[in-house]
Design a protein around this ligand. Structure first.
Ligand code: NDP
Length: 244
């Protein structure tokens, strides 16, 4: 399917994990993809190379969001955008281990950056465009990284509140909430004899850990023409994690 031919997508945090899978999937659907990353030059190059070797178009832009989003916008090549995926995020730590500086850093990357990226991207975003923010199932499941969870709650609110403001331009704003997904963020999954993985799969309706491609496919769905009537929505993409 080449539903996104002629469109340009900016994906933050696309050097690895879920962001890379999103970048590759949107490129496979025909979009030209801007691959944002923070510091891993080699991994960002790998994402671009994977897209190009599959016949797609991409380039990388480096920007650490603790320092704001100027570097991201300076790295763009003057093009207009059709799809913005705010995916980059970092963890904080459990109660009692997070300094005020770390708290501010996590909010800067997970909340301040998406907000100002959206604000700065809006004049570049074509009517009929898509904004997709990557949140987390932690918004509905109590987990001990309180600061990270709080940032994702803020992102859910941002999507819901922003959608009505952009309806007159036919720009949809949706939120995708993954569950536990196999990425660097979840190194704890592989840190024991399989107990952690079993504990997650036992409470997941579909009985396995999520893969980055599972999330990318849901993002592609929301980026597609077929999702034109969906906005202000939070989509649970967890395989049915903790349904009770
Ligand atoms: P990863 O840790 O695998 O990748 C993080 C990405 O964000 C990388 O591209 C990284 O760039 C970039 N990044 C890291 N620090 C910064 C920074 N300071 N400024 C800008 N960009 C930065 O994350 P995942 O793929 O696991 O997660 C992607 C999204 O999915 C996040 O929003 C996360 O909260 C969400 N999510 C993930 C879940 C999971 O189980 N993995 C579950 C629920 C939600 P670089 O490589 O250069 O460091």
């Amino acid at each position: 399917m080449r539903d996104l031919s002629g469109k340009t997508a900016l994906v933050t945090g696309a050097s690895r994990g879920i962001g890379r899978a999103i970048a590759e999937r949107l490129a496979a659907d025909g979009a030209r993809v801007i691959v944002h990353y923070a510091s891993n030059d080699d991994l960002a190059k790998e994402t671009v190379a994977a897209i190009e070797s599959a016949g797609g178009q991409a380039y990388a832009v480096k920007a650490a969001f603790e320092d704001g989003v100027d570097a991201l916008f300076e790295g763009l090549r003057g093009e207009r955008l059709d799809i913005l995926v705010n995916n980059a995020a970092i963890l904080a730590g459990v109660l009692g281990t997070v300094s005020e500086e770390q708290f501010d850093r996590v909010f800067a990357v997970n909340v301040r950056a998406p907000y100002f990226i959206i604000e700065r991207a809006l004049p570049l975003l074509n009517d009929g465009g898509r904004i997709i923010n990557i949140s987390s199932a932690v918004v509905r499941i109590a987990l001990p990284d309180l600061v990270y969870s709080m940032t994702k709650g803020a992102l859910d609110t941002l999507g819901f509140s922003l959608a009505p403001l952009l309806g007159d331009r036919n720009i949809t704003v949706n939120t995708v909430s993954p569950g536990v997904t196999e990425t660097d963020m979840n190194a704890w999954l592989r840190a024991d004899d399989g107990t952690a993985e079993r504990a997650v799969t036992e409470v997941t309706a579909l009985g396995r850990i999520g893969r980055p491609q599972d999330i990318a496919d849901a993002v592609a769905l929301l980026a597609s023409e077929g999702s034109r009537w969906i906005t202000g929505h939070v989509l649970d993409v967890t395989g049915g994690y903790f349904l009770g």
